[in-house]
Design a protein around this ligand. Structure first.
Ligand SMILES: Cc1ncc(COP(=O)(O)O)c(C=O)c1O
Length: 456
């Protein structure tokens, strides 16, 4: 009998050791990739090694290059932690090793995707008839949704883009708020729609698309159009005004896509739901699970109101691919064919927190964003630049761009917390993003003190 579990206990011991350091370990990595290369590289092994020895070597070699991203004080990018149930479920995903492409390959994966879809749509207040694809992240979700959008707008113009491609296709227009996330542009590039073709719609001081400017731009020309709006600006956390945006899209027959990578979770909490008013009127939505749902990397959902458009853009068929009529073949909702059962940890996260727990986590992180904003604003010469409506804070520290860059570097070196910088209205400033289930108010206070110490 092959020993199928060799190495698992060793991995569990290393995982536990890592997780038990998360609350206190330095947040930034202790070294760059060089040290990990030195420890783990070398010539291609000629002969194999014992699984437990491989795991021991991996854990020791990777250690200096690990960042405490799942820890409670990583406030850079938009980083979620890993809920215990979601992490444990993710281990099962690997052990089960299901190929979640076709129902025939894993009825379990298909069923769990269906349940996680239904729960997610209910949590986010989106149409229950929408279809959901489980993709790797916001990037994959934006690409999948925009592929469905591309199908639909070309179909309205009498063009079959899946069959005939883009050469000779009728013109379409793509309109994005000028603060659209970088991944929207990558998606447009991948879909052959181009980045420079986008008609940028001016945004206000918080990064919200101006609905009147959108209506004007839509009215300026007839023809098929895709509009990209956003729930949660990556710098300010601001939400586009979905009601007037949806009105304009309805009037002009445009496909409205909402990038809600982290912000869409605001719809799951009573205190923040108002920010998403009207979002359910969109045609597609991208939302991450590895951000605010606190599922380990990677997981996200591409949600499309019209399942036919979703399927037309993504469907996979071939003579040996056993499709089960009436059953969910998950590959038909995503760009990939073979793939891991990504919905399993999402299912576990939702089940372990419940509707109430998810709302509490979102509201707690938002309160913590307000808390750190208040504390940072007491540092002399510091200004909070955004309305802290969600979990994002933009702060200008004293000393101009150079002072802010130096402070960001000092904060990261210190290691109490990890914060990044960004450019906002031409200035280099500090950004804070809080979306971890394990972050406590004490973590916030310690981090604010570390920022103050880096400035003085
Ligand atoms: C608004 C928005 N869209 C898309 C993304 C990309 O998400 P991912 O890194 O999961 O692909 C992000 C990431 O922060 C985001 O904030």
């Amino acid at each position: 009998m092959p020993d199928r579990t060799a190495g698992l206990r060793t991995a569990a011991a290393h995982a536990e050791a890592f997780l038990n350091t998360l609350d206190d370990r330095r947040v930034a990595a202790r070294s760059d990739a060089g040290a990990v290369h030195t420890a783990l590289g070398g010539p291609l092994p000629e002969h194999g090694e014992d699984p437990a020895a491989v795991i021991d070597a991996l854990a020791a070699g990777a250690e200096p290059g690990l960042v405490a991203t799942p820890g409670p004080r990583h406030f850079g990018f938009v980083i979620g932690g890993a809920l215990p149930a979601a992490l444990a479920a993710d281990w099962l995903v690997s052990a089960w090793d299901q190929n979640a492409a076709f129902h025939s390959l894993s009825p379990a994966a298909a069923a769990i995707e269906e349940i996680a879809s239904t729960w997610t749509l209910e949590l986010l207040g989106l149409p229950r008839t929408a279809s959901v694809g489980f993709v790797t992240g916001g990037q994959g979700a934006n690409t999948t949704c925009l592929a469905a959008a591309r199908h639909a707008v070309f179909a309205r113009a009498g063009w079959d883009v899946e069959r005939d491609g883009l050469i000779g296709a009728p013109p379409i227009r793509i309109l994005c708020g000028e603060q659209a996330h970088a991944t929207i542009y990558t998606s447009l590039r991948l879909l052959g729609l181009g980045e420079q073709t986008v008609i940028p719609i001016p945004a206000d001081a918080q990064g919200r698309m101006e609905p009147a400017a959108l209506a004007e731009a839509l009215a300026a020309n007839a023809g098929p159009a895709i509009v990209c709006a956003q729930a949660g600006n990556v710098a300010t956390g601001a939400f586009d005004a979905f009601e007037p945006i949806a009105d304009a899209c309805t009037e002009h027959g445009a496909w409205l896509h909402v990038d809600g990578a982290f912000g869409l979770w605001a719809a799951a909490a009573p205190a923040t739901r108002h920010l998403t008013a009207g979002v359910e009127r969109a045609a597609s939505w991208a939302v991450d699970a590895h951000k605010w749902l606190n599922v380990p990397y990677d997981g996200a959902m591409a949600i499309v109101a019209d399942p036919d458009a979703h399927l037309a853009a993504m469907r996979l068929a071939g003579p040996y691919l056993v499709a089960d009529p009436g059953q969910r073949d998950s590959t038909n909702y995503v760009p990939e064919s073979s793939r891991r059962a990504r919905a399993v940890p999402i299912y576990a996260a939702i089940r372990s927190l419940g509707r109430v727990g998810i709302a509490e986590m979102v509201e707690r992180n938002c309160a913590q964003a307000r808390r750190i904003a208040k504390q940072l604003s007491t540092i002399p010469g510091t200004e909070v630049l955004n309305d802290v409506v969600l979990n994002q804070v933009l702060v200008r520290l004293p000393g101009g761009d150079d002072g802010n860059r130096a402070a960001v570097a000092a904060i990261q070196r210190d290691g109490t917390c990890w914060l990044g910088g960004t450019t906002w209205n031409g200035e280099y400033v500090l950004r804070v993003s809080i979306s971890n289930w394990a972050t406590t108010d004490e973590d916030v206070d310690r981090s604010a003190a570390a920022v103050a110490a880096a400035v003085t």
